[in-house]
Write a protein that binds this ligand. Sequence first.
Ligand SMILES: *Cc1c(COP(=O)(O)O)cnc(C)c1O
Length: 377
Amino acid sequence: MATQRILDFLATRRPSGPCLVVDLDVVRDNFHAFRKALPESKIYYAVKANPAPEILRLLASLGSSFDTASVAEIEMALDAGAPAERISYGNTIKKERDVARAYELGIRLFAVDCVEEVEKVARAAPGSRVFCRVLTDGEGAEWPLSRKFGCVPAMAVDVLRHAALLGLDAYGVSFHVGSQQTDLDAWDRALTDARQVFATLADEGIVLRMVNMGGGFPTRYLKDVPAAQAYGEAIFGALSKHFGNRIPETIIEPGRGMVGNAGVIKSEVVLISKKADNDNVRWVYLDIGKFGGLAETMDEAIRYPIVTGRDADAKAPCVLAGPTCDSADVMYEKTPYPLPLSLTIGDEVLIEGTGAYTTTYSAVAFNGFEPLRSYVI
Ligand SMILES: *Cc1c(COP(=O)(O)O)cnc(C)c1O
C-alpha cells in the first residue's frame, strides 16, 4: 500500500519518469511479523526479490539471514553486513567455479537437487552442509515455480546419501511451495515428503537436522491473503503432525512476503485510445510495462492494485499496456482492468504491492527506456 511516507516522498521529490519507492518501515514490520509467526524458524530473506542495499542492510541489522542465487548476491549480502554463516547459496544450478568462489567467501550452506550438483559441491566446497530440494506441485500458487527445481523424495534420499559418502554434511531437505501461495495446506503436503526423506535416511544412520520451508508467503494484491500469523500456525501444526516432538531446525525464505507490500511504483498515462470508432474497449498505455519492471504480469499471473486520482468516478474495463514497441508488452487483456472513464493522458497512477520482483526484472534499458529507478526511504 502507499504509506504516508511514500505519498509524502512522491509529493515533495516529484521524481520524473516511472520509479519504485520502498518504505523500510514496512519491511521492518514484515520481518517482525515473520519472526513472531514462526519464532523457532530462522529467516533467510530471498535476496532476488529486491536486492536494494538499504533493504539488505536493514535486514542484516535485524538479524536476518540471506538466501542467495549467485556470487553477486552473496557479495551484496556480505557488503550489507551479513556474516558468511548467515548466507546460503540456495540456487540448485551453479557453476563449479561459483561454488568455489562462494566457499572462498566463507559460505558453507548449499542447495542441491541431483547427484551431479553434489559432486560439484563436494569438490569445490568440501565438508559443507547441503540440503536437497524436493519437487512440489505448486498448486495454489499464483506464480508456481514449475519442475525446474527439485527432485522426487526417493531421489532426494540418493542425493543426500551420496553427499554423505563424499564427505559433505547431509543437513536437510528444502522445498518451495510456489510463490504467492494462498493455500495454507501447501506446506503440510510438502512436509509429508520431507518427513519421508528424513525417515528413510535415519534408517540408514544418516540423521538430517534441517527443513528449509522456502518462500511462497503472499503479499496482498487485489484479494485479501491470510496474515503471517495464520501461516505460522498452519506450518507449526504441520511440523508437529509430521515430526511429533522432534521438530528439526527450520528455515523460511520469504521474498515477496518480506518486501512486496513495502513498494509502490509511480507511473504516468502516456496514451488512451481505441482501435475502432465502434470499439468500446479503451487501451491505456503506461510509461512502465512488462520490460520496465512488471514482468510478473506475464500470463496475467500477478494483478497489481492500481490507484488513480479519479477512483471515485465510474469505471470501465481497459486493456493495460506498456510503452515499448513490442507487442508482448501488454499487461492485462484477457481480463481487462477496470479504470475510471475520466482517466486522462498525463495522469499519474500508483501501482501498489510492487516492492518484490520489479527492479530486478528491469535491468536492461529495452527500447531505450531506462531501468526502473528505485528509492528506498
Ligand atoms: C525465489 C525463492 C524464494 C522466495 O520466494 P517468495 O515466493 O518470493 O517468497 C525463496 N527460496 C528460494 C530457493 C527461491 O528461489
